[in-house]
Design a protein around this ligand. Structure first.
Ligand code: NAD
Ligand code: MG
Length: 396
């Protein structure tokens, strides 16, 4: 990570924000932060996949310079609704990259879910934008390419994922001090403590309910299978330049400690607070400043019990697969991610059983050719091959 500056005066210029995935859970909370801090931030790009109604509503409230709807069937609806408003309306997948290259914003909130977020984020980096990275799949798929390009362009990738934001915050002022290890906390998800025979019958509506966080559908399923924590281990490896052996996961059900860093003297720093994604979102947007807010505060005297235990990777095998992919390196995390996206979408459509998701990922990892040092094109190819193979098992 780049040197931390200790300047504490808030700059008076407004930071322009491109919110990619503005209609999602991260996107909406980013707009909440902008709504309460209009003198600091302005949303100048909003993008949505197919929720045209919400995109229009957001555009009419925030008046960005451009909006993108990737579902081209919705273009006319958006265009018509925003006529005469001086807002450029773009449509289609390529329009995301076009928007990412625009000069009307300086900071990208990367809030698209899945592999679809990779190309626009790469485009933003190559255009010198700083990134608030919620889209962890970007680093899981092509972390080496992304971090290298970010270093070449001299831009910052500030994590929004709460665990990685916690680690980032713990590292402020520690530039020269090597990390011994990081400890990623996991809530354990809705099925914590359950055994494999219980998992067999889980349906969409059970899995989508997370105990501590309200999030998009895909990450909610990933949290329930612990795949989310596996993806986060790989994300952390690239963000903080760590070896797999330096990354530990501990289940901490209360989600008060968001993650920890252990230094070479054995000292451990933790970042804590009530679970609220607006905190890591606003931290990334205002970095290196902290913004005053009225979010509820954690009270140690009211709920003083914090538990910690190891994750059960025998029951939650997706985490074991992700750890294996992280150790293997090359295109294996990309294959894991693609198979997982297909499996999760199949599960969300009631086409795939809960534990069958693991089977799909495992078989895809065993089938798609391994590449030790893939190029960006090879990552795209591996993603495509893994998706087709995984989909062939589901019949979708
Ligand atoms: P979400 O499903 O609520 O929103 C996803 C957004 O991406 C929507 O705006 C949608 O329109 C857009 N989108 C979906 N598919 C697209 C496609 N193919 N092309 C273009 N746009 C597309 O998801 P979310 O929960 O906001 O998560 C977004 C990202 O942030 C994920 O990578 C997730 O892992 C990460 N994240 C989310 C949370 C959270 O609390 N929600 C926490 C940590 C990290
Ligand atoms: Mg997280």
């Amino acid at each position: 990570m780049e040197p931390v500056s200790f300047q504490h005066t808030h700059s008076s210029t407004i930071k322009t924000i491109g919110i990619f995935g503005s209609t999602g859970s991260i996107g909406k909370q980013t707009l909440d932060v902008i709504r309460t801090n209009p003198s600091l931030f302005k949303a100048t790009i909003l993008t949505a996949h197919s929720n045209a109604d919400l995109l229009i509503e957001q555009a009419l409230e925030f008046f960005p310079q451009a909006v993108v709807i990737t579902d081209t069937n919705k273009y006319n609806q958006v265009k018509l609704a925003l006529e005469g408003k001086d807002i450029a309306v773009m449509a289609g997948e390529e329009a995301l990259e076009e928007a990412a290259a625009m000069s009307c914003y300086e900071f990208m909130m990367a809030g698209i879910v899945g592999f679809a977020g990779l190309k626009p984020t790469l485009m933003a980096i190559s255009n010198g934008k700083n990134i608030g990275l919620a889209n962890k799949e970007t680093l899981v798929v092509a972390g080496d390419v992304v971090m290298k390009m970010a270093a070449e362009k001299g831009i910052s990738i500030i994590p929004v994922d709460s665990e990685h934001s916690a680690i980032y915050q713990c590292l402020v002022g520690e530039d020269k001090n090597p990390i011994e290890k990081i400890i990623l906390t996991a809530s354990g998800g809705p099925f914590f403590g359950k055994k494999p025979n219980y998992l067999v019958n889980i349906k969409r509506e059970h899995a989508i309910q997370h105990p501590n966080w309200s999030m998009g559908a895909k990450i909610s399923i990933d949290s329930s299978t612990l795949m989310n924590k596996g993806l986060e281990m790989i994300e952390a490896k690239w963000l903080f330049n760590l070896k797999p052996s330096q990354i530990e996961v501990v289940v901490h059900q209360q989600s008060i400690i968001h993650s920890m860093v252990q230094f070479e003297d054995g000292s451990i720093k933790a970042q804590m607070g009530l679970p609220d994604m607006k905190l890591p979102i606003q931290y990334a947007m205002a970095y290196p400043n902290r913004l005053k807010n009225d979010f509820p505060r954690y009270n140690f005297t009211k709920s003083a019990v914090l538990n910690f235990e190891p994750p059960d990777i025998k029951t939650f095998r997706n985490l074991a697969l992700a750890i294996a992919a992280m150790h293997k390196g090359g295109n294996m995390p990309c294959i894991l991610n693609a198979a997982n996206e297909i499996a999760v979408y199949g599960f969300l459509k009631n086409r795939v059983g809960y534990i069958d998701m693991t089977e799909i990922i495992e078989r895809t990892m065993a089938t798609i050719p391994f590449i030790e040092n893939p190029s960006l094109e090879e990552y795209f190819e591996s993603d495509g091959e893994a998706r087709s193979f995984a989909a062939s098992m589901i019949n979708i």
